[in-house]
Design a binder for this molecule. Structure first.
Ligand code: PEP
Ligand code: MG
Length: 323
């Protein structure tokens, strides 16, 4: 069965009613690209660049950023590679710049940290922009809470590009998107959609912040329910806002790689899912056997229910019937 899965993994993920879904991989290291392709991944939906900074006492240089990104872009070209600017801060900091944060999940991290440390941010952006001519780059900012951060981050990107132009370095202007992983961003997704080129929903953090549960804390893990009505409504808000603005909405949180949720995500209108490479073959098989219209009807029914248990039961029974 494993062999059969791997054989179909190279086919396109198209639903029975003709909706083409892009299945991408989440990576942390350039070395993962080969395995991603072997599992039928079509591109990189999330490259967590903070791993370039971890476990060392110095900071990566612009040259190191450039070489790493170029290597990944070239291996995948012309397929898209979504590089997320570093999501450092709180408990994830390079050895040299550790700070104290009473509440790391709510502290100075990700894009907030970048805006506070312009030199570090600029170094990474310059490395990315220099690599942009070697493939299909998309840039994504993590933990955006509102339009001010998005505008500020885009200003940095524009300035870095202008700097390089003056130095005579050719760059391409990549699509710029945001992780939608804070409730505030989801609530104003319609406004954010006017100012960026794509959304990628980070359910790991979005669920953490929506439910006010530490995603690492086992004692409250029982509250981590991707099908909680609050989460479902939030996902719908983001998908609808993206569709109305005409920008693609993808999902790169763990929820995207979970077979049980495939039909729900199709029903919400998601056309790109990014997950660990190993999850792609099974998710692809389900997408190829599913109908987006069935998904829409299912989501319509789920939104009429109330308790997460009821919603989960309905999804399980629908998935059990069909797959
Ligand atoms: C997420 O929050 O869902 C996500 C994909 O980002 P990370 O897991 O790196 O926080
Ligand atoms: Mg996150």
């Amino acid at each position: 069965q494993e062999r059969e899965l791997m054989a179909t993994s190279q086919l396109p993920a198209t639903t029975t009613d003709g909706v083409r879904v892009e299945l991408d991989g989440n990576i942390e290291f350039a070395e993962e690209v080969k395995s991603l392709l072997a599992h039928g991944g079509e591109g990189v939906g999330l490259y967590r660049t903070e791993f370039l900074y971890m476990g060392r006492s110095d900071l990566p240089t612009e040259e190191e950023h450039y070489r790493t990104y170029r290597q990944i872009l070239e291996q995948l070209a012309p397929r898209p590679v979504t590089i997320r600017t570093f999501d450092l801060g709180g408990d994830k900091l390079p050895l040299g710049v550790r700070t104290h944060d009473d509440n790391p999940a709510l502290g100075l991290r990700a894009v907030r940290y970048c805006l506070r440390h312009p030199d570090m941010f600029r170094t990474q952006l310059r490395g990315m922009l220099r690599a942009s001519v070697h493939g299909h780059l998309r840039i994504m900012f993590p933990m955006v809470s509102g339009v001010n951060e998005l505008r500020a981050a885009k200003r940095f990107l524009g300035e870095a590009r202008e700097e390089l132009r003056r130095e005579g370095v050719e760059t391409r202007l990549p699509p710029v998107g945001i992780m939608v992983e804070l409730p505030s961003a989801a609530i104003i997704a319609d406004r954010l959609a006017r100012e960026c080129d794509f959304f990628s929903i980070g359910t790991n953090d979005l669920i953490q912040y929506t439910m006010a549960i530490d995603r690492q804390n086992k004692d409250v893990a029982y509250l981590y329910r991707p099908l909680h009505l609050a989460v479902l409504r939030t996902l719908k808000l983001v998908c609808d806002a993206g569709r109305q603005a005409g920008i693609p909405v993808s999902m790169c949180g763990e929820m995207a790689g979970e077979p049980l949720f495939v039909l729900v995500l199709l029903g919400l209108g998601m056309t790109e899912l990014s997950m660990n490479g190993g999850s792609i073959p099974l998710v692809k098989r389900i997408v190829r056997q599913a109908s987006a219209a069935d998904g829409q009807r299912l989501v319509g029914r789920l939104l009429e229910l109330t308790a997460a248990d009821e919603i989960e039961r309905e999804v399980r029974s629908e998935m059990g019937l069909r797959f």
